[in-house]
Design a protein. Structure first.
Length: 138
């Protein structure tokens, strides 16, 4: 199955740039591709409860709708742990949409170390397989 990853580095300060990665990933997810949106910098706020509810750029659907559609289509959202920690974002702050939101503590090209859902994985293949597993209850 083809894989697709989009990155969002923006939040409320730029609704267009906050929304577009979700639209593109949702297109991929609705075409039966594995789709992930990686949230970094100010974009990590998009993974928190209620934050995306009022984000809407004219000419685009409201972000809340696109985000819910992405998750309903099997897409995933990964929030960078190195970006969430200094902003005080914890597991309890994450959105309650049906779907999976992961805290990615570190994403390094080689060797790859990804920590979704508090589990350390040393290979990218393991990370891809693990993201299909449910995140431990909060």
């Amino acid at each position: 199955m083809p894989r697709f990853m989009a990155q969002s580095t923006h939040g409320r300060e730029d609704p267009e740039r906050a929304t577009l990665p979700f639209i593109v990933a949702n297109v991929a997810a609705s075409a039966d591709q594995e789709a992930i949106v990686l949230l970094t910098i100010e974009g990590v706020w998009l993974a928190t409860n209620g934050y995306a509810d009022d984000i809407h750029h004219e000419g685009m659907p409201p972000l809340r709708e696109v985000l819910a559609s992405l998750l309903a289509n099997g897409g995933e959202i990964w929030a960078c742990g190195a970006c969430t920690k200094p902003r005080g974002i914890t597991d309890n702050d994450l959105i309650d949409y049906l779907g999976t939101v992961f805290f990615v503590t570190m994403l390094v090209i080689a060797p790859v170390t990804v920590i979704p859902g508090r589990r350390k994985l040393d290979r990218l293949e393991d990370a891809v397989a693990a993201r299909r597993e449910p995140v431990p209850p909060r």
